[in-house]
Design a protein around this ligand. Structure first.
Ligand code: CMP
Length: 139
């Protein structure tokens, strides 16, 4: 099935000017970028986006990191896009990520881990709607 998933290229990547390297990994995997914008998140937006994690010990640091610079939010489309993008990203902690994945090759730490991707169809729908209107997504 053709699916859509939601991606964030995080501030560690915009800071190092390596968004193109991330995009190359995405496109080389056969995922099509059907929406994209560079934005500076507010603290309120970042807290809202990561609301599911608000009881976690790393929540405050995560939010502070995510607003430390611009991010690139995108919608990716393709066959099994949600699982495929999670494979392309690699494990949350780059120390545990497989060779060839975005996080193994590019991430700095478990927090500054270069990318976010939706973990379920429900999350993908919610996360896409958080950032994009239907008319901003062009397949
Ligand atoms: P992400 O997929 O964006 O979802 C939540 C983020 O929290 C995760 O990627 C990590 O970057 C970040 N994070 C920071 N510390 C931890 C931790 N100890 N365990 C899991 N996620 C963490």
């Amino acid at each position: 099935t053709v699916e859509r998933t939601f991606s964030i290229i995080k501030p560690d990547a915009t800071r190092r000017n390596i968004t193109g390297k991330v995009i190359d990994k995405i496109e080389s995997a056969g995922l099509k970028i059907v929406a994209s914008k560079r934005v500076q998140l507010s603290r309120e937006q970042a807290e809202g986006f990561y609301a599911a994690h608000k009881e976690r010990g790393f929540f405050k640091d995560l939010v502070t990191f995510m607003i430390s610079g611009p991010v690139v939010v995108q919608v990716l489309e393709g066959e099994n896009a949600i699982a495929k993008y999670r494979e392309v990203m690699g494990a949350t902690n780059p120390a545990n990520a497989d060779a060839g994945t975005i996080r193994k090759e590019l991430a700095e730490s478990i927090e500054a881990n270069t990318v976010h991707g939706s973990d379920s169809p429900e999350a993908a729908q919610t996360e896409i709607k958080f950032f994009f209107d239907d008319n901003e997504i062009v397949g």
